[in-house]
Design a protein around this ligand. Sequence first.
Ligand code: ADP
Length: 460
Amino acid sequence: MATYFFVIFITLVLMSIYILGVLSESMYEKERVDMFAKANIIADTTKNHIGIQDGQIGESIIRTLAGTKIRGIITDSAYTVLFDTNTEAELLGKIFMRDIIKTSLGGEQAYSVYKNPSENSNMIAVAVPIKQNESITGSVYLTESVANTDKTINYIKMNLFIFSGLISILVGMLSLGMSYIVTSPVDEFILVAKEISKGNFSKRLKVKGHNELSEMAQTMNYMCEELEQIENNRKKFVSDASHELKTPLATIKLICDSIVSTENPDPSMVKEFLNDLNDEVDRLTRIVDRLLTLTKLDSKQDQTKFETVDLVELLNGVIRKLTPAANKKNISIYTEFNPEFAKPMLLDRDKILEAVYNIADNAIKYTPDNGFVRIGLYVSHETIVIKIEDNGPGIPESEKDRIFERFYRLDDSRARETGGTGLGLAIAKEAVAMHGGRIDVLSEEGVGSTFLIILPYIGK
Ligand code: ADP
């Protein structure tokens, strides 16, 4: 910061020196031009009077310099003073030799700036030759103090330095303020970003005001919330999955222990145990299969592969698969397809099949004996609705969203008995969401449930 401040100060000082140089140069230049003009007039009007005592020299010089503070001296070619406006100096008739007079007697105009020790101020002096018929007969020497000009320059110089100082302080303070305003939130951002990289998503940034930084802070906080949510879901998923896998494994272990610890077991008992073992292995396989399906959907490895699907054929296939289970419970399956169903539709067949199967399978699983399940298909210009209705126990209003959570079951023991994994609806929801669709649930406890798979219609 100090360096920054110093650089600004030096830049301003250098700028001031440059401006002053240009300014004083132009002010001196003006004086110089003016004095040369006057000297030339004098030289011209006196050229014919050198060596003649007719008083014309004095008259010309006094007339030309009237109203100014310029001192004028006329010398002949031997440096003898013929006239001096400063009568007190007593130079008349004496030798007055100056470098610039020498130059002018050589035929050139000359100019010099020198210090007047008595007044301690700068003086400007000019000398021009007096020419009479090609020969140089004398010199006009004019000199003037530039104390006033110097005073003005000094005044400007002082003000420029004060101005540079003030500007530097102001810029310094502004940059300090700005750096505080900008760097302190940035430091906070860095801190939170470091925490995120360590896997700690609980940190939040303070959102102050309404500017780009506060918007960034809001976005970062939102990102932290999302990450925290994802992390919590991940942890919950891992612990739930381990728990789900542990239960059948514990049962398998128990059955194995029972067989091993029984001496000469009855073959019918062993068969029974083996049957139980078989059920548990089936259950484990089901859980692992569904976990794999979910992991695939999550990782988006499994991109949606759209193809032309005959939904009626797909629904009839699901019904065919579920009919044996429905027959066991004497559940009737009805269908209702609206006339538009024949339109070509682009869908990911496997994913939609998975979603429909899981929901229809639940309908049969949770509907008591002698109930019914109705499967409908309604296609309009914009949407496809697959409706799966049952007259089972229904779903309480408060649980309608939760049933789509992973491993969530309304009635754990009943769901387990029916072979439920708690993953069927989570898979269905993901599969439908990948089509840009959603699943709605309408239900009345004790009356039944209706699941609506709503998909955007994409024609061929
Ligand atoms: P499960 O494998 O246990 O069926 P799901 O994710 O498919 O898991 O369903 C979650 C829970 O939602 C089920 O355990 C059940 O309690 C409830 N459920 C799902 N469908 C129905 C339905 N048609 N009628 C009543 N309850 C249902």
